[in-house]
Design a protein around this ligand. Structure first.
Ligand code: FAD
Length: 189
């Protein structure tokens, strides 16, 4: 998109995944999200019917869409970009990537930001202030670089990751009386 001079997806630089996953999760960063650019999405339901919905019908919320409530499969999505300045677009993408590299533990495997943002609260700061930076269960560890990320130090199992998430939630609740929720999708539980 950037190479052709189309603007609107700069926020997505550095978010790994597919368009289907991005729409389902309403992926976003730097004050923009898929909700801002999706025009319509075509999906197939469990009876094999192919349907198309418009932006409002996606029921986009923070990291959520109508596709969180059902098992429909997204086939394609039409997005609206605007004609922009190639240099400015590339600069914005570069800035976003630079900021990610500076703040996030991109040198280690993770599922991205582990906990949801909370209005008026910096969740990673709470975890840090609870003394949990670097806390490890098995191969899963609270990143020393960014306490909002659970990273795999090499041999983490899903059990390690889930136990660590629960432990972090418990300690943060005990210290600050605040419930923090996972942003990542936990499948098969
Ligand atoms: C280092 C790192 C940084 C990240 N930064 C961000 C960020 O800044 N912002 C952000 O929002 N996310 C971020 N993420 C999380 C993740 O990359 C996004 O949520 C991404 O949009 C997920 O896309 P995916 O294709 O990998 O989906 P998956 O993670 O494979 O799936 C996510 C959900 O979507 C469903 N799904 C996938 N494809 C389809 C389809 N075609 N039809 C229906 N349902 C489908 C899956 O069943 C699952 O429920 C980050 C992850 C990492 C590892």
């Amino acid at each position: 998109m950037g190479k052709k001079g189309f603007s609107g997806l700069e926020f997505a630089a550095g978010i790994p995944g597919t368009i289907g996953g991005a729409v389902r999760m309403n992926a976003g960063a730097y004050s923009s999200e898929m909700k801002d650019i999706v025009i319509n999405t075509t999906y197939i339901d469990l009876d094999g019917n192919i349907k198309t919905i418009n932006n409002a019908e996606h029921e986009f919320e923070y990291r959520k869409s109508i596709f969180a409530k059902n098992k429909y499969i997204i086939l394609n999505t039409e997005i609206q970009l605007t004609k922009g300045n190639l240099i400015e677009i590339e600069q914005k993408m570069h800035e976003n990537m630079k900021s990610r590299k500076e703040k996030q533990p991109l040198d280690m495997p993770s599922a991205g930001s582990t906990f949801k943002r909370k209005e008026g609260i910096i969740v990673a700061k709470l975890i840090d202030e609870a003394g949990l930076k670097g806390f490890t269960i098995g191969g899963a560890s609270v990143s020393k670089k960014h306490a909002g990320f659970v990273v795999n130090t090499g041999n983490a199992t899903a059990k390690d990751v889930l136990e660590l998430i629960k432990y972090v939630q418990k300690v943060v609740y005990e210290k600050f009386n605040i419930n923090i929720e996972p942003e990542i999708e936990i499948i098969g539980m």
